[in-house]
Design a protein around this ligand. Sequence first.
Ligand code: MOS
Length: 754
Amino acid sequence: MQDSKATHIGSPLTRVDGRLKVTGQAKYAGEFNVAGLIYGVIVSSTIAKGQITKIHTQEALAIPGVIRVFTHENRPPLPTFDRKYQDQDAPGGSPFRPLYNAQILFSGQPVALVTAETFELARYAASLIRVEYEVEAHRVGLREFRDRTHSPNTSKSGFKPPPKPWGSPDEAIAKAPVTVRAEYHTPVEHHNPMELFSTTVVRDEDGRLTIYDKTQGAPNNADWVSKVFGLSSNKIRLISPFVGGAFGSGLRPQYQLFFAVLAALELKRNVRVSLTRQQMFTFGHRPEAIHSFALGASTDGTLQSVIYDVISETSRNEDYVEVVVNWAGMLYQCDSVRLGHKVVALDVPTPMDMRAPGAAWGVYALESAIDEIAYASGIDPLQFRLKNYSEQDQTQQKPYSSKELRACYSQAAERFGWSRRSPAPRSMRDGRRLIGMGMATGIWEAMQKPAKAKAALGLDGRLTVSSATADIGTGTYTVMTQVAAETLGFNAADVTFKLGDSSLPEAPVEGGSATVASVGTAVQQACQKVRNRLVKIAISAPDSPVAGANPEDLAVADREIVHRHDPSRRISFQQVMRLGNVLHIEEKAAAFPRTLIQRRYTRCVHSAVFIEVAVDEELGTVEVTKVVSAVAGGRIINPKTARSQVLGSIVMGIGMALEEESHMDKRLGRFMNHDLSEYHVPVNADIHNIEVLFVEEKDDIVNPLGAKGLGEIGIVGVAAAVANAIFHATGVRVRDLPITIDKVMGGLRSEAIS
Ligand code: MOS
C-alpha cells in the first residue's frame, strides 16, 4: 500500500523545536527548578597521579548552609566490578569510578562534592577544601612516550580492528618510482559544547528519582545509574529533552551525574550539580595521535603501496580506540596495503568519541598523504583520486551498498570551479594574499542499530510518536516528525514527537550518525502498524465506505483512508476509530537491521570537499574563503536540517584545521587553555562562503528509509582540504594540526631562505 500524497520526506521542514529554543522555553538539564533544590560543587584534583593522603573539610563544613562534603572516605558502599560502571559506549578496561578510593588517575579528577543550600555557598565552601596528596610521577605527552605502545583491547562497541595486510606493501614501496613518507600529528581536542554538563535530581516521597541530565542517550545513563547505585530501573526516570551541543561528549555518563544522584540519595534532597567550563576539560577528549604514512605510486599515478600506522593515546585504566586507519583501505584501490594501530597509556582521562571519531583524524592524514603523492607524481589531486577510485571495500572484500562518490567529485569540482586552478603551488595570488585550492574525500559508516518506537493516535486527531533517542541539535525532533507524518498521511503540525526520556521505548545513544537509520526505521514501522490497524478496521466494519476493499487498493493521506480506484470511497481516521469503537490506537515497533542482507555490503556515506584559502604572505594568516562540499548520503529526509548538519560540521572542520587544540602543561599534566577564550573555535569572522550539495543516491540496503545519516560526514576531509589548499597557496606542507600562523610563517620563511 503506497501513500498517494505523502510529501513530507524530502521537504525542508523548519525545526519543530526551533520556536521553543529561540524563546527560551526549551529547558536544559540545569534549568529544571524545583522547590528545595540544593547545589553541589565538585572539587578537582590538582595532581595528575598519586594518592590522596588527607582531605580537610572542617572549614567548609563550619559555614552555615553547607550541608555535607562527600569524599572517598565517607561515601556509601559502591560496587567493585568494572561491568557495573560500563556504559553502552565504554571501551575495554576499567571505567573511572568517582570517589572510589584515594587513587588519582588524572589531573582534574573529582575528589569531593560540597553540598549547600545555595550555589554560591557551595562554590565558596568548595574553595576551602584542602587536599593533601602523595604525588607520583605522571606520564603524559604522546610524542614523549611514543615507543611505549601496546595493542589495544578491541572490545569497544563499533570498533573494527585494522584489517590483515594484503599484497606485499614493503616490496611494492621499495620498487615504487614515486614515494611519499610522511608523519602527521593531530592534537588533543575537547568537545566544548555551549551547554555545560549538568544534572538536576528530583526525589519524590517514595524515593523515586527524576533525573534531568545532559546526555546523548537517556537509557544509557539511566542504566548506568541503576547499576552503580543498585536501584531498580522503575525507581529512575532520566530526562533530557534538549541538549545544548555534545559532539560525542554525552555518549558516556559524565561524573556530575554520579555526584548529583549520590547526594540526592544520601541527603534525601533535590540536588543540582553542574560542571564548570574548566571541568569540561577533565573528562574524555579527542585523543592525540601520530600518523605515519608510506605511499608508493607508479609514474602514471597508480597507487602501488599503502602503509599507514597510527599511535594514539589512551588512559591507564581503559583502552580507548577509534577506527582511524581502515579508511585508507576503503577509499582507494591498491594491491598492497598494511594498516596498524597501537595505543600508549597515559595518565589522562580516557579519550572519547568526538565529531566523527577516528575518521576526522585518519582521513585528514590519509587525504594529506594522497595529496602529497599526487603532487609527487605530477598528477592533479582530483585526477589521482579518480584514477585510484575503489569500487569495493578492500578491507572486507565487499561491494558498497551504494557509492556516488564520483558524482560528489564532479559536482563539487564543477560548482567550486576547480578547472580555474593553476596546478603549481604558489602560482595563484591576489595582492599580497597567496590563493590556494585544495580538495579531499570524506567517508563515514552508515550504521543502523536496533531501536524501538511507539505511535499513538487519539480520537482528537493527534498523532504522538516517541522513542528514548536524543536531539543534540541535529534535528531528530523534526526528522522523526516527517517520517511519522509521511507514513500515516498526516500534517507535520498534527504530529508530536517525544524523545530524551528513559521511560520511552528504548533507543541507542545518539551517535555515529545512526539515528535516522535506527530510530527513523522504528518510527516508520510503528506508524505502519497504526496504519494497518486503521485499514483493518476500515475494511472489516460493515458500514465503512471501504468495507471489503483489498488493503492493497487503499492509500492514506490527510488523515483519511482513500480507495485508489474510486476516490469517492473514503473515510477519515476518526470515523474509522468510531466504527471500531476505539478511543486510542497505540502500536510499538522494535526495528532491527536486516543483517543478512546488510552484511554482504559495506555501507558508507561519502563526500568530496573543495576549499579555497587566502594566505597572507607577510602575516601567515589563513582565511578559508570558499568551501563546497558534496555529500552522497542516500535519501535526504530534510534538505534544510541536512544542510545545517553538514554546514556545522564544515565549521568544525575549519576549527580542526586551523584553531582547535588543547594544550597541556606536561609538568602538571593538566590542560591549560581550559576555557573558550583560549581554546579557539571558529567565530563568524572565520567563516565565509560555504556551499553544501547533496548528490542523488539510491540505497535500498542501508535501511528501509534509504537515508545514510549526516551528523558526521561533513567534518571528514575538511582539515585535509584546508591543509592541501594551504600547500597549494604557499608550497608549505604543515603536517601538524592545527595549522596556526607560526607554522605557516615558519614554512614560508624556510621557503624564502632555501
Ligand atoms: Mo558522535 S562523536 O557519535 O556523538
